[in-house]
Write a new protein. Structure first.
Length: 189
């Protein structure tokens, strides 16, 4: 996830009519052109971009995020991978048009297990602050890839707003560029 230095993954006024909130695009300038096209950055960040765009076999996304982007039209950025949405409520009617989208109503652990099974030997990409927090809490999140952007938002939606306890992390990799510091962490158990 792309995150401001003060921990925000969405700016103020995040909602269905303003997905990601005010200033959200700033968090993705390291790989998105001003016209909104994905652009492979040069150097090691480009290799990371390739890894992020092709290295996952399933997506686990919170309902709020999924609904704000209409489930990416049923295909996460054209990846063709299954999308799992943990939720206590059944999906809205538009999901019937998206065969790759599955709502999981029996908890985050079940949703992650289904996503991992679908992904095979590839990663599961997690979207949404609440979902990432619940996955950490349930002990089903193995790694975090944070693209830390040199900006302070001051308000919005924080990635780690509410955690049940302290979580120890091990730094696995750091790629530093002028646009972002990309840090991969392994969750310590």
């Amino acid at each position: 996830m792309a995150m401001s230095l003060d921990g925000y993954i969405a700016g103020p006024n995040d909602g269905p009519d303003n997905p990601g909130g005010d200033g959200f695009a700033r968090l993705h300038e390291w790989f998105v052109s001003p016209g909104g096209e994905f652009v492979r950055p040069p150097g090691p960040a480009g290799d990371l971009f390739d890894e992020n765009m092709t290295g996952y076999g399933a997506v686990l996304v919170g309902r709020r995020t999924a609904e704000q982007v209409d489930h990416w039209g049923g295909d996460h950025h054209g990846s063709g991978v299954p999308i799992f949405v943990p939720s206590h409520r059944p999906p809205g009617p538009s999901v019937a048009n998206y065969p790759l989208v599955t709502y999981v109503t029996d908890g985050i652990a079940s949703a992650m297990a289904q996503a991992k099974a679908a992904a095979g030997d590839r990663d599961v990409m997690v979207h949404g602050a609440y979902t990432a927090q619940r996955a950490l809490e349930a002990g089903v999140l193995d790694e975090l890839q944070i693209h830390q952007i040199p900006v302070l938002f001051g308000a919005g939606r924080r990635l780690f707003e509410v955690l049940p306890s302290r979580v120890e992390l091990e730094i696995v990799r750091v790629i530093d560029t002028p646009q972002a510091t990309h840090i991969r962490y392994r969750v310590q158990r």
